[in-house]
Design a binder for this molecule. Structure first.
Ligand code: DLL
Length: 434
């Protein structure tokens, strides 16, 4: 079912004409209202009037996550703060998180685009949608919530955690749709089985899974175990949150990216040069309608390719292929984005520790685990057990507080981490690539 038939089936020429108008408009807006962009445009010697065709997009400067951090919290906003009705943010060690502001119209568009995505997955107003993405500064919970509500479905704002209870809620409320990360869905399924709740006996029929990478074989496994159509939903907080792109249930082959609101490109991650159609590279997105924090050529660091072949579902919007991973070192642990440098910064804040550390990511019972091992300095005597325990628990607390993930922390004897001859191997990711 299509949520917005007219927009979702626009012929390509009309879609491109609309994109160009909106691109010119967003360039004018950021040039007039965001000093950061005015400076970038001026340095490159361009003005919004130079954008005469969609090909001229490549004249424009890129925007990086670091630019959002450098302009923390509000300097990239294109409207007065009074017009911002909601903030979302990602975690950060020094308080320099990435902050995203939404105007009332941004929230309306977000709800519509997430509703489009859910409708593409086959969700209707008759469904009971159990949202187990986290509610809060993370965009998953409130984003999926807004979309399901816009569809007119019955929404259960379960958020994350209290897993056993969630399985009971799904049974008692007759959940027909589950929205959460794919790994949490598997964890929830296991917790349910342990309580005698088999998803195959529930009316559950659709899963909207995203916020972390997963594979085709995971889809098959989950569909068989849970008796559902498991569909892939993609998004990122900087650009909006969930709802940037979503698979349709007809094809389950690539995610339709809503081109009337986002202009996608694929570039070579090394040099930023645009790649020919169909080639895999880094996804770059320009927002066409966002008012609060419009972004020009935002480098997502996500690897995918664009597929313009017509889709059986009738939607004309381009499909991005299943996300193949990232071209930077960002880890996604239980749906939370973590950069190794953030952990390093917390370790280095303790002067008793050395810069020799290792981050080990694994999976137990379908949930990601994080272990941080760090060598103590010579002066820290291993027999001061109480002091060591306090240090470990202090680090655990600050990792939880600043990065939002639970970690095991292990203090090691000096020189116990194997030294490498080239680059230090700091990250060991043992999670199965299914
Ligand atoms: O994860 C937004 C979201 C919430 C998407 C719920 C889908 C569902 P961030 O926390 O900013 O926002 O993380 C964004 O997560 O750049 C990707 O690397 C990764 N990611 C998101 N969806 C997928 C997916 C949300 N379907 C980052 N497959 C992105 C693979 C994904 N990776």
């Amino acid at each position: 079912m299509l949520f917005n038939i007219k927009q979702e089936t626009l012929p390509r020429e009309e879609l491109e004409a609309l994109q160009l108008r909106r691109l010119q408009n967003v360039c004018n807006r950021v040039y007039a209202t965001v000093p950061f962009y005015r400076k970038r445009f001026d340095t490159l010697g361009i003005t919004p009037a130079d954008i005469r065709s969609l090909e001229d997009l490549r004249l424009l400067p890129f925007t990086e996550k670091q630019d959002l951090r450098d302009n923390y919290p509000y300097a990239l906003f294109a409207v007065p703060r009074d017009n911002i009705v909601r903030l979302h943010a990602s975690s950060g060690t020094t308080g320099k998180a990435v902050v995203v502001g939404y105007t009332a119209r941004d929230l309306e568009n977000w709800a519509e685009l997430t509703a489009r995505g859910m409708a593409a997955a086959g969700v209707t107003r008759h469904d009971v949608v159990h949202v187990a993405y986290g509610y809060g500064l993370f965009t998953g919970g409130l984003g999926a919530h807004g979309g399901a509500e816009r569809l007119g479905a019955t929404v259960v704002p379960a958020s994350g955690g209290a897993t056993k209870r969630q399985a009971y809620l799904m049974r008692d409320f007759g959940a027909t749709v589950l929205c959460c990360t794919p790994s949490y869905a598997l964890h929830l399924w296991e917790a349910g089985m342990a309580e005698g709740i088999d998803f195959l006996d529930l009316p559950l029929r659709v899963g909207c899974f995203g916020a972390e990478p997963w594979t085709e074989s995971m889809r098959q496994d989950m569909e068989a175990k849970m008796g559902i159509d498991a569909l892939n939903i993609y998004g990122l907080s900087e650009v909006m949150g969930p709802g940037v792109a979503m698979e349709c249930v007809e094809e389950k082959k690539g995610l339709h990216l809503w081109e009337d609101h986002f202009l996608p490109e694929i570039v070579n991650p090394q040099n930023g040069e645009p790649l020919p159609e169909g080639e895999e590279g880094e996804l770059v997105i320009t927002t066409l309608t966002k008012e609060g924090i419009p972004l020009i050529r935002y480098r997502t660091h996500d690897l995918t390719s664009l597929d313009y072949t017509p889709c059986r579902c009738g939607r004309t919007h381009v499909r991005i292929t299943r996300l193949a991973g990232r071209c930077d070192d960002m880890l996604i642990i239980r749906g939370v984005n973590v950069f190794p440098q953030q952990i390093e910064a917390l370790l280095m804040a303790c002067h008793e520790l050395t810069p020799n550390y290792q981050i080990i990511v694994d999976r137990e019972d379908n949930l990601d685990t994080l272990e941080v091992c760090v060598e103590m300095g010579e002066e820290l005597l291993a027999d001061e057990i109480r002091k060591l325990q306090a240090l470990e628990s202090g680090l655990r607390k600050s990792i939880k507080e600043f990065l939002g993930v639970t970690a095991r922390v292990r203090l090691l004897q000096p020189h116990s981490i194997v030294r490498s001859e080239g680059k230090a191997q700091r990250i060991i990711d043992r999670r199965p690539k299914r």
